[in-house]
Structures are given as C-alpha cells and as structure tokens.
Design a binder for this molecule. Structure first.
Ligand code: SAH
Ligand code: SF4
Length: 371
C-alpha cells in the first residue's frame, strides 16, 4: 500500500464492484498510526451516517458448556477433560433475563456448546418461551449447528436472531481447524446459515483472527464471504490460545498474537465501510487482548456489546479461551464499569431498544439501497 493512502483511495478500492481479496489484503496489513487513523475516521463517518453512534447491549448468558464437537481451537471441546460440564437451570437463566430487563438491556444472547439432543432442544424452547412471556427482550441464540426443523422450533418459540460463525470461509482451512470425523463439515456449517435465513432469523456470522495456518488472504476471503452471504450481524474476534486444545503453542502462526487485535479492528472498519448498516459486535475476546479492546472496537465501527450475565460461579467453566476478562465481576459491577467506559468514548447506550440490524429489514424488503 502507498504510504499516503487517503480516505478517498480506500473508499474507491472498497467500492469497486469487482472487489477482490488482493484489494483488501493491503488494508488489513495497514499498520502506521496515520493509516489506522484514516481507516478509523472513514468507518466512523459511515457508522454515524448509517447506524448512529448508539451501542446496543445484549446480555450474554453462557448457559451450557456441554459440547459434542472437538474444534481444535476451543477450550470447551469434548475431549478437554479438564472442564466441569454444566447447564444452568431455567431459574438461573430467568434470573439473568430479569437482570437484563431491569437494566433495560433490550436483548439477550443465550449461548451454549453444541448439543443436538431432543431434551436440550426442548429445554431451549421452553426457556425462550418463558422469557418472552415475561419480558420484552429480543432473543438471540448461539447454540451451534442444528437441523432446519430445530431452527424453526427455536424461531417459533420466540428467538429472532441466531449467531453461527463460519469460523473461516476457506473450506481447506476449515479442514485444518477441525477433526475429520464427519461431525465438523464446512458444508454443514454453510447449510445451517442458509437454513437460518430461510427460517426467517436475523443471522449473525463471522470468523476468528490469527488461528494457526490462517493468512491475510483468508481473512480478506472472510470479508467477501460475509458480504456475499448477506449476513445481518458480524461477530469477529482474535483467536486466543487455550492450554487444553491442540492449537495451544502451535508453530503455524502467520498472524502473531500481538497483531491480532489490530487486524480485528481493521476488519471491523472494513466491514463497516463495505456493509454499512449491519450490526457489528465488539467482542469480549478483544478485551482479553487489551483492557480497552472493546472500546477500541466501537471506535472502529462496532455497535454492539455483549455484557456477560453468566452467573459468576459458572464463568470459569465456560472458557472458550484462557485469560477471559471479568471472571470474578458480578453482572452488576460489570454494568457500572461498562456504562462509564462507553460514555468515555462518546457513544450512547441504546437502553430499552432491541437494536435490530437495519440490514435485515433492507434484505427482506429486497430493496438494495444505493451507496
Ligand atoms: N458452540 C457454538 C457457540 C459457542 S462457541 C458454536 O460453536 O457456534 C462461540 C464462538 O467462540 C465460536 O464460534 C468461536 O469463533 C469462538 N471461539 C472458540 N474458541 C476460541 C478461541 N480459542 N479464541 C477465540 N474465540 C474462540
Ligand atoms: Fe463446541 Fe462451539 Fe467450542 Fe466448537 S467452538 S468446541 S462447537 S463450543
């Protein structure tokens, strides 16, 4: 990339109808303060114009760590025998929902390991129905791959958003990150995203940054994938090692740990510039790498934060990665600390609003707005 790439140059590159990975890679590799400032102000201009400087809260309830999968990067993988497996009771989840309601968070995210048992699916439907009958909260589920029928049951019970990261848009890389046992198939993941859209969910997806074997070209491919899949919500974040996984101390890095936050911020900015009215989360993994990682994410174009409402005693058992922040903070303290942090970067919290992604309404109306 030329040294003095201007906002105009970046905009021109990203607006090209024939945008290719090679056009995105140099932006992802930008590193000087001047370049980052240019990218940031462009992303913030578009954020202000298209979604406003409002941050929506989704209270995150990590309600079960039981998982049938063995993703090579994740601390909850089935073969990690060091994990105390749990599922919260309905009462515990409802208690977290009551807190979200009281604090006027607007939405909840219920996340778990992947469990396809009938009993677990019934449990989720029951909990969602109960929350919806008591509180005016938007509900997002993030419970992995399920059949289309199951997704429909989730939707009919009242959940209206679903998060399923593709993890990587490269089938080849996907193969290197997962065991070849028939349970971890790129095609299945892709079909799940299609089913979720078909059922009517607002769909979130995304990828990790800095997983072994991944290159800048792969990340550029993820950006194009999210654009082409017409995803409404983005959740991207740095990969962080967990000692109970095969990817702990891997030698196969091309994006070192100290680069991962910067590349995540750059990717958030590119997604905001390119996709404009999507919701983008500033993820907890960013905060694990930098105390102010999530605030930085907001300043590069993100507009959603997921405060953790998992009961404090269970948080240490839900470690997708190590060094997860706020393990001992209770939700009340986290809430106070977050408010101050968000105000300090000049953003407003969208209290009491669901904060649905505007992109979704545009997508279902089939009206492609210009620009
Ligand atoms: N089981 C569900 C939801 C829980 S995992 C699913 O897999 O979709 C949620 C996300 O955590 C995953 O999509 C993955 O992108 C992220 N994750 C897993 N291990 C991680 C790690 N070591 N570092 C950073 N993110 C990780
Ligand atoms: Fe299970 Fe999700 Fe972790 Fe994979 S990423 S092991 S599916 S919890």
């Amino acid at each position: 990339m030329k040294k003095a790439e201007t906002q105009h140059d970046i905009m021109n590159r990203l607006s090209s109808p024939s945008l290719k990975k090679e056009d995105i890679v140099p932006i992802l590799k930008m590193g000087t303060r001047e370049e980052m400032n240019i990218l940031q102000s462009l992303a913030m201009k578009i954020k202000q114009e298209r979604v406003g400087r409002i941050v929506y809260f989704r209270g995150l309830v990590e309600f079960s760590n039981l998982c049938r999968k063995n993703c090579f990067y994740c601390g909850l993988r089935k073969e990690n025998k060091g994990v105390n497996r749990f599922r919260l009771s309905e009462e515990e989840i409802l208690h977290a929902a009551a807190f979200a309601h009281e604090k006027r968070y607007g939405s909840l995210v219920l996340q778990s390991g992947e469990n396809q048992s009938e009993e677990h699916i019934d449990f989720i439907c029951r909990v969602v129905e109960q929350i919806k009958s008591k509180y005016d909260l938007g509900i997002t589920l993030s419970c992995g791959e399920q059949s289309e029928d199951t997704y429909r049951r989730f939707f009919e019970s009242g959940a209206h958003r679903y998060l399923l990261r593709i993890e990587t848009s490269s089938p080849e890389l996907y193969g290197k990150w997962h065991p070849e046992d028939g349970k971890h198939r790129f095609e299945t993941r892709l079909n799940c995203l299609k089913s979720l859209k078909k059922v009517g969910f607002q769909v979130g997806s995304g990828s990790m940054i800095g997983v072994p074997y991944q290159t800048y070209e792969d990340i550029a491919g993820d950006i194009l994938f999210l654009r082409d899949m017409e995803v409404d919500m983005m959740g991207i974040g740095p990969f962080i090692e967990h000692s109970g996984t095969p990817f702990y101390r891997s030698e196969a890095y091309s994006i070192p740990r100290e680069e991962r936050l910067k590349v995540t911020l750059t990717m958030i900015a590119v997604l905001r510039i390119l996709l404009k009215d999507v919701n983008i989360a500033s993820t907890t993994a960013m905060q694990a790498l930098d105390k102010f990682g999530r605030e930085k994410g907001l300043l590069f174009g993100a507009n959603v934060i997921m405060p953790n409402l998992t009961p404090t005693i269970r948080r240490k058992d839900y470690l997708l990665y190590e060094n997860k922040p706020c393990l001992d903070e209770d939700a009340f303290l986290c809430n106070n600390c977050l408010e101050a942090r968000i105000a300090s970067v000049g953003e407003t919290i969208g209290y009491g609003q669901w904060g649905d992604p505007l992109h979704f309404f545009r997508r279902i109306n089939h009206s492609s707005s210009p620009s």
